[in-house]
Ligand binder design. Structure first.
Ligand code: G6P
Length: 611
């Protein structure tokens, strides 16, 4: 949700800023801007993508060795040139970029207007720029003091970078709720919302914490609190590789990430399943196992695709470990005054580790005394830092806005947790435990096979790309997959799609079915196979078009459905990992054929750091 970059050093800042913005564009892409100090202040901003900003700047000489850039996902004020960041303060002393929301901006704005300040934009960020300037001009002080004082008056979330024209050798950065990483180079520093713009220059990074303020000069970094207490920076080594953030020959990041799933899953269980396939070790949870085993209840909190993974988790934990589970949207949980017991275990699932509602939900759970665990992909992000323990998914950076490999990696972690928990609690036999571990290790190779259906899926996609609606049906472990398949189609192709438990279709959605309605049925062989076959017949009886995901060699459904897509056989508990693959490909091809921007769908952002 908004991407931030900054640079100070001996190099020309502009190319570093533009490249950095391109790396961060998945965080927001409705407008972009850069500002540099070079004796004078250079400020360029534009509605649209980073490439629109680049063409707008064209061949102009944008020189300067200190600067900042921003790619926006609008919260306050529509996407246009004026609302784009950076924002200059009224008297042009300060320039600022900001990710987050200043909640008390309206009151602050009113006060500033009374004091003669005028505003160009509708943003909360410009209010902050003017507040900093107002404080700065009220008394003699440094820019840094003005930033800290202004932030002490602000309610809300921010990751921000400020430049002051009177102190042109400094970047001032601050974080509360919205991530910021500082890259430490030789006589140069980088700033970014995540490490992807930094990794090609340095692997030494400092993850800023909430309430940190950094004052950065090319040869000096001071880290302190908003209250001006000095902090010792904790420099860490990045494990990210530059190759991981390139498309590597694929047309889109999403397609690359779909194809990376065998590796993402294998990397996620690697080192956690013993070589003899007899046991599971989750090092990150080692210290908390006794509490986890004693949990009265597990509450899973998440948003979007991660919430769907959580739903698979519910089915797994309840079936295997016999622990009651509730799956909650972070945004509902945090505001609905939920009952939380101190012996509940709350599991936050988040690819980015930064989703504001999920983060707020775990803070609430912690206040209530519950143990909080995380399943996250981005190392060092906020959720892993705020949870008591957790397990990283090793899916690698996910850049496509529509989540794919993060989902299957999350389900992999949940499967390992549920199996281990069940085994420790004597809820499953050794035989079943070992069998399912072995089957889990076979998943990557089976997904490779499932990906072999790509061309066939493309052919089906061509037939239905112009439909306006679709229904996705699944039962049991495949119901969350139906939700996820429908979400994928909505997100990237803008086709309205509903995911439903197949039997529940009779209580409403069946009214929608006619000869124009594609119905995607996830119908691999499991304990409710006969039931879903009946559901397919119900759809066919109403002339619906059935696209069925089936187990290899299934001839029964082949005779009923308009199209079948086969996936390798796997135990039903692991079936979500397999059956989601064709649905990802189906949505991908339909979106490409409709001319949609697959990696950057309209109105969405990869990481939603505002509530
Ligand atoms: C956004 C993304 C989704 C993602 C959701 C949760 O809406 O567009 O793809 O599933 O956030 O994100 P998280 O990082 O917490 O998994």
């Amino acid at each position: 949700m908004c991407g931030i970059v900054g640079y100070i050093g001996d190099k020309e800042a502009y190319p570093i800023l533009i490249n950095g913005l391109k790396r961060l564009e998945y965080r927001g892409y409705d407008s972009a801007g850069v500002a540099l100090l070079n004796g004078e202040t250079l400020l360029y901003k534009r509605k649209g993508k980073v490439s629109d900003l680049e063409s707008f700047i064209g061949q102009q000489m944008v020189t300067g060795k200190i600067g900042m850039g921003h790619t926006r996902w609008a919260t306050h004020g529509e996407p246009n040139d004026v609302n784009a960041h950076p924002h200059a303060s009224f008297h042009k002393n300060f320039i600022i970029i900001h990710n987050g929301i200043i909640e008390n901006y309206a009151r602050l704005k009113e006060k500033l207007i009374h004091r003669g300040y005028e505003f160009q934009s509708e943003t909360d960020t410009e209010v902050l720029a003017n507040l900093i300037e107002y404080i700065y001009l009220s008394n003699p002080m440094t820019a840094e003091m003005a930033v800290r004082l202004a932030l002490s008056k602000v309610v809300g979330a921010y990751g921000l970078v400020v430049m002051c024209k009177n102190e042109p050798d400094k970047l001032i950065a601050a974080r509360k709720g919205s991530p910021l990483v500082i890259g430490v180079g030789q006589g140069e520093y980088f700033l970014a919302s995540d490490a992807t713009p930094i990794v090609e220059y340095t692997k030494s990074v400092i993850y800023m914490n909430d309430d940190d303020v950094a004052v950065i000069q090319k040869n000096e970094l001071q880290l302190k609190t908003i209250q001006n207490q000095s902090l010792i920076p904790n420099i860490q080594e990045l494990s990210l590789d530059i190759g991981e953030i390139d498309k590597m020959g694929f047309d889109h990041f999403m397609l690359k990430e779909i194809y990376e799933q065998p590796k993402a899953i294998a990397d996620t269980f690697r080192g956690r399943i013993t070589p003899d396939l007899m046991n599971i070790h989750l090092g990150g949870l080692h210290a908390v196992w006794p509490d986890l085993e004693k949990a009265r209840r597990i509450i899973i909190v998440a948003c979007g695709t991660s919430w769907h993974a959580g739903l698979v988790g519910e089915y797994l934990f309840e079936e295997f470990a016999r622990i009651p589970v509730e799956v909650e949207y972070g945004s509902e949980f945090r505001y609905r005054k939920p009952v939380i017991y101190s012996d509940d275990v709350v599991i936050a699932i988040s690819q980015s580790g930064e989703t504001a509602d999920t983060l707020a939900a775990i803070r609430l759970a912690k206040e209530a005394g519950a143990m909080v665990l995380g399943i996250c992909n981005v190392v060092g992000s906020s959720i892993p830092r705020e949870t008591d323990a957790g397990v990283y998914t090793h899916a690698g950076p996910e850049i496509g806005v529509a989540s794919t490999k993060a989902f299957t990696a999350q389900v992999t972690v949940l499967t390992m947790m549920a199996l281990k928990l069940a085994h420790n609690k004597y809820q499953i036999s050794n035989e079943q435990y070992h069998h399912l571990i072995k089957e889990l290790t076979l998943i990557p190779e089976k997904i490779e096979r499932a990906l072999g259906a790509n061309e066939h899926i493309k052919t089906i996609s061509k037939l239905y790309k112009d439909r306006n609606n679709a229904i996705y049906l699944g039962r049991g472990f495949l119901f969350p997959v139906a939700l996820e398949g429908a979400l994928k189609l909505k997100e990237i192709s803008y086709i309205h799609a509903e995911g439903y438990p197949a039997a529940e279709m009779k209580h409403g959605p069946i009214a929608l079915i006619d000869e124009n309605m594609p119905v995607v049925v996830i119908a691999t062989k499991d304990s409710s196979y006969e039931k879903i076959v009946s559901n397919i017949q119900e759809v066919k009886a109403r002339n619906g078009i059935v696209i069925a995901v089936v187990t290899e060699g299934d001839d029964t459904i082949k005779k009923m459905a308009n199209h079948v897509i086969e996936v390798p056989e796997t135990p039903e508990h692991l079936a979500p990992l397999m059956s989601v693959i064709p649905l990802q490909l189906l949505s991908y091809h339909i979106a490409v054929m409709r001319g949609c921007n697959v990696d950057q769908p309209r109105n969405l952002a990869k990481s939603v750091t505002v509530e």
